[in-house]
Design a protein around this ligand. Structure first.
Ligand SMILES: *Cc1c(COP(=O)(O)O)cnc(C)c1O
Length: 402
């Protein structure tokens, strides 16, 4: 129940894997007055940020910005490229992959859902060989698109997007390749052009360190060609008018002006730091958090060390412990928000976000909240995760991690 008398001092620890903490520099940029979105200053801002945005997606092609959460950009990716009844091949990595599949069904597509089952389910990344085998069977090219989630936020597992591209090419299949990196962009390595992705979907409130409210489609030439034949109804999401207006830095309808100030600032922060440095920082934090989980003697949801997420870590609770009760206790006692187990993982695990505007000590504090809270909840821990993470951070300076 919401306790309105609860006014904790100090900063709240927002350690969910999105929305992530918004840096003061971005909040200040967003506090500037809202301007005329048809005026000259706005056009200059639009051109500038659309250019910088391409660098973060690692693309030379257009990136569309929507005033919508990530779910809107998911829908945009499907309705701009596909037609009623089209078969799409999707891979079940976790809850977000399942939600995208449900959306495809609701839009009148025919999704086929591949995935690992049983104890293996939701604990590994995409299996490119399964995609290749299925595409090879599809001799008359009924499958129009392959859809994969790059960083599965419900589990803390990434997927090898380059391997899926190789699988599609090995099967010599013409399907479009659609990728959700809503939580991966700017925290996990991502390369739209190099990996031959046709539509990349992303959002503002995860690695980009912005509040929720804008989302993205990075698109390839092949996707633009597909959009000209695609028959699913679209108007708000249609790429053509947005691309046209974007040439001069404008949008066909009112964009999210103040969030775009924030986006421009976020892009400056990321590009000034250098993307390689940003990615190394996330890998190092993730390794420190895993050291903590290991020291506690608990299991990590991801079972494949090759694809541990640099964005978040899923911590599995021992049999008989309700992860949501532990989370609630941690929230109430330590003013620390952790991600809940979603879908099939509900009550079995919690998720620690280590993305965006964190540092070693905010993470150590967050781990302190987890450790103290688990003890209070009666979870038997093997040792101190806080000490293990502190030691890891002390012994692995970031410069050495690069
Ligand atoms: C957050 C997230 C979404 C949903 O985005 P919303 O902004 O909540 O609409 C979809 N996919 C992944 C992988 C996500 O992390």
């Amino acid at each position: 129940m919401l306790n309105l008398d609860f006014h904790p001092s100090g900063r709240h620890f927002l350690q969910i894997p999105g929305p992530s903490p918004v840096p003061d520099r971005i909040l200040r940029a967003m506090s500037l007055p809202t301007i005329d979105h048809r005026g000259p200053e706005f056009g200059a801002l639009g051109c500038e940020l659309l250019g910088k945005l391409k660098k973060v997606f690692k693309t030379e092609s257009p990136v569309i910005i929507y005033p919508a959460s990530g779910t809107g950009a998911w829908e945009a990716a499907l309705v701009n490229t596909l037609s009623l009844g089209d078969k799409v091949l999707m891979f079940e990595t976790g809850h977000f992959a399942a939600l995208w599949q449900k959306m495809a069904l609701r839009l009148g597509l025919e999704p086929e859902f591949l995935g690992l089952t049983g104890a293996e389910g939701w604990r590994h990344g995409v299996q490119a060989d399964m995609i290749e085998a299925r595409l090879r069977e599809d001799i008359d090219h009924q499958i129009k698109a392959v859809c994969v989630v790059h960083n599965e936020t419900s589990t803390g597992v990434t997927s090898d997007i380059a391997a899926v591209r190789r699988a599609i090419d090995a099967a010599a299949h013409p399907a479009l390749f659609l990728v959700d990196t809503i939580s991966g962009l700017a925290s996990a390595d991502y390369r739209h052009d190099e990996w031959g992705v046709d539509v990349t979907v992303s959002g503002s409130q995860k690695g980009l360190m912005l509040p929720p409210g804008i989302s993205f489609n990075a698109i390839s030439d092949k996707a633009i060609v597909a959009s000209q034949d695609s028959k699913l109804p679209k108007s708000f999401w249609a790429w053509d008018e947005i691309i046209e207006a974007n040439r001069n830095g404008y949008w066909p309808y009112t964009p999210n002006t103040n969030l775009l100030y924030g986006l421009n600032e976020a892009l400056d922060m990321l590009l000034e730091e250098g993307l390689d440095h940003v990615l190394a920082r996330h890998q190092r934090w993730a390794a420190g958090v895993r050291k903590a989980v290991e020291a506690w003697g608990l299991e990590i949801q991801c079972q494949d060390p090759e694809v541990y997420s640099p964005v978040l870590t899923g911590v599995v609770m021992p049999e008989g412990v309700d992860a949501d009760e532990v989370r609630q206790l941690i929230y109430e006692r330590f003013d620390l928000s952790l991600g809940m187990g979603l879908g099939k993982a509900k009550g079995k695990m919690f998720r620690i976000g280590h993305l965006g505007d964190c540092n070693d000590l905010t993470l150590v504090a967050a781990l302190g909240g987890c450790e103290a809270g688990m003890k209070l909840a009666g979870v038997v821990l093997k040792g101190s995760g806080v000490t293990a993470a502190l030691d890891h951070f002390a012994n692995h300076p970031l410069e050495a991690a690069k």
